[in-house]
Design a protein around this ligand. Structure first.
Ligand SMILES: [Zn+2]
Length: 165
C-alpha cells in the first residue's frame, strides 16, 4: 500500500517538476527582455525613434512650443521614454510659458540626476533619468512655486500614464 502511494506521489512530483521546469523559463525570458535596458548606443538607436534617440541619447532639444505634453493637463504620471521610470507627477506640472513642459519637483528624490552643463556658453544644470541616463532637459532655480525650481523637460523625453479612475 505504502509503495503505491510512493509511486503515485513521485509521479505527481514529476509532472509538477516538468510544469515548473517549463513555465518559469518562459516567464523569466519575457521579463528579461522587457526590463533589460540597452547597454550600447547602437542598441538604444534600435529601440528608440530617431527623434527620441537625438534628444535622449545625444542631448538634443525639441523646438519650443511643439512638444505634445506642453499643454497636457491630464492627471497621472510622466515617465522616462527611455526606460519607463516614473519621473514627474502631473501635480507638479505648471505652465512656465517657456515652450517646454515644466515641473517644480521630481516625483521622488533621486529619480533625476543633475549634472553641470557648460555648453552653448551658459552654465546650466542638465537633468537626466537616474535609471537609464536619458537626457530630459535642464533645471533652473527661477521657479514660481514654493520649491523655487523649474524642471524644463522635452516632451520627446517623456511618456505619460493616466491616473486610474
Ligand atoms: Zn530612463
Amino acid at each position: 500500500m505504502k509503495s503505491t502511494f510512493a509511486i503515485a506521489y513521485s509521479f505527481l512530483f514529476l509532472i509538477a517538476l516538468q510544469a515548473c521546469g517549463q513555465n518559469p523559463s518562459v516567464a523569466s525570458q519575457s521579463t528579461k527582455s522587457m526590463s533589460q535596458l540597452p547597454t550600447t548606443e547602437a542598441e538604444w538607436k534600435a529601440k528608440l525613434s530617431p527623434e527620441e534617440f537625438y534628444i535622449l541619447r545625444q542631448k538634443g532639444t525639441e523646438q519650443p512650443f511643439t512638444g505634445k505634453f506642453l499643454m497636457h493637463k491630464e492627471k497621472g504620471m510622466y515617465t522616462c521614454r527611455g526606460c519607463g521610470a516614473p519621473l514627474f507627477s502631473s501635480d507638479s506640472k505648471f505652465d512656465a510659458h517657456c515652450g517646454w513642459p515644466s515641473f517644480d519637483k521630481e516625483v521622488k528624490k533621486g529619480v533625476i540626476k543633475e549634472t553641470v552643463d557648460n555648453t552653448l556658453g551658459m552654465r546650466r544644470i542638465e537633468i537626466t533619468c537616474g535609471k537609464c541616463g536619458g537626457h530630459l532637459g535642464h533645471v533652473f532655480d527661477d521657479g514660481p512655486t514654493d520649491t523655487g525650481l523649474r524642471y524644463c523637460v522635452n516632451s520627446v523625453s517623456i511618456g505619460f500614464e493616466p491616473a486610474k479612475k
